[in-house]
Design a protein around this ligand. Structure first.
Ligand SMILES: C[S@@+](CC[C@H](N)C(=O)[O-])C[C@H]1O[C@@H](n2cnc3c(N)ncnc32)[C@H](O)[C@@H]1O
Length: 260
C-alpha cells in the first residue's frame, strides 16, 4: 500500500518588467522559499542573487511545455516549486499552461502524485510598464493583442485588430515583430488605418525598466520607420489620444463632465 502523498506547492510567479524594485515582495518571498526554481534562462539571470542553494532548471525561450511539465511533476511529487514568467504570469505567460497541465494529470497516477497547492503571484505586465513610461495612454478602454501567430492563426489576429480598431479602443501590441515574423506589424498598421488617421499617436517602449530602455512617441504614419523588435511594446492611441511634450494622454472624459 502506498502512503498518503505529501502535498507539494507550486508558485507561478510574474517577475515584472525586469527591475528588482518593480517586483512584488511576495514574488521575492516565494522564490526564496522554493526548493526548485524553473524558468527561461534570461529571466533566471535577472534573479540569480535569489537562487543560492536551490535546484535551478533553466531552458530556452520556446521550451515552455517542458518547463511547465517539470514544474507540475515536481510539485505533484510533493516538492516546493516556483516557475517564473516575465511581467505577469497570467498575461501571455506560464500560468495558463501550468493550470492546463495540472487539470490533465492522469487519474491512474493519483496514488503517487497529488495535486499541489497552487499560488499565482501577480507581476507588473509590459503594458503597465510601457504605459507608465509613455504618460497616461491607457486611461480609457483598451485591448491587448499579440501579433505572434505561432499559436494563434493570423486571420484571428487580423479580425481582432479590425474589431478593436473599429470600436476605437486604445490598442497595445505585444510581440510586434521578430526575425521570422517581420510583416505582421505592417499589416496591423494597415488594418488600424482603416479606422484611424495617420496622425494617431503611437508609443514605442523597448526594454522597459531594463538595460537598454528606449521610449519613443511617433504616429501611425511613421510607425514603420521606427525601430521595433521583440522587446518592444507598441501602444496605439484612440481617436482622442493626444501628445503633450513627452507624454501620450488618452482623456478619460473629465472635460465633458466638469467642462474643463
Ligand atoms: C509573450 S509577451 C509576455 C508578456 C508578459 N507575460 C507580461 O505580462 O509582460 C512578450 C512581449 O511582451 C512585451 N514585453 C515584455 N517585456 C517587455 C519590456 N520590458 N519592455 C517592453 N516590452 C516588453 C514585448 O512586446 C514582448 O514581445
Amino acid at each position: 500500500m502506498m502512503g498518503t502523498p505529501q502535498i507539494g506547492y507550486l508558485a507561478i510567479v510574474g517577475l515584472g518588467p525586469g527591475q528588482r524594485n518593480l517586483m512584488a515582495p511576495r514574488a521575492i518571498q516565494v522564490i526564496q522559499e522554493a526548493e526548485l526554481v524553473i524558468g527561461y534562462r534570461v529571466y533566471l539571470e535577472q534573479i540569480h542573487d535569489l537562487l543560492g542553494g536551490k535546484e535551478v532548471h533553466t531552458s530556452e525561450l520556446t521550451h515552455e511545455v517542458e518547463r511547465a511539465t517539470l514544474a507540475v511533476q515536481a510539485a505533484s511529487a510533493g516538492r516546493r516549486v516556483c516557475i517564473v514568467s516575465s511581467g505577469d504570469a497570467g498575461i501571455y505567460g506560464m500560468a495558463g499552461l501550468v493550470l492546463d497541465l495540472l487539470a490533465s494529470l492522469p487519474e491512474e497516477r493519483a496514488d503517487t502524485l497529488a495535486e499541489p497547492d497552487v499560488e499565482i503571484v501577480p507581476g507588473i505586465s509590459a503594458l503597465n510598464a510601457a504605459a507608465s513610461l509613455l504618460g497616461a495612454p491607457l486611461m480609457h478602454d483598451f485591448a491587448v493583442i499579440s501579433l505572434s501567430d505561432l499559436l494563434t492563426p493570423w486571420p484571428t489576429i487580423a479580425q481582432r485588430l479590425s474589431a478593436v480598431a473599429a470600436a476605437d479602443f486604445v490598442v497595445v501590441l505585444y510581440n510586434p515583430i521578430s526575425r521570422k515574423r517581420y510583416w505582421q506589424l505592417g499589416e496591423a498598421r494597415r488594418l488600424l488605418l482603416e479606422h484611424r488617421t495617420e496622425a494617431t499617436p503611437v508609443g514605442l517602449v523597448r526594454n522597459a525598466y531594463r538595460e537598454g530602455q528606449t521610449v519613443q512617441i511617433t504616429t501611425l504614419e511613421h510607425l514603420l520607420a521606427c525601430e521595433v523588435d521583440m522587446f518592444t511594446t507598441v501602444v496605439i492611441g484612440n481617436s482622442c489620444t493626444r501628445v503633450h511634450q513627452k507624454h501620450m494622454i488618452t482623456p478619460r472624459g473629465y472635460e465633458r463632465r466638469y467642462g474643463e
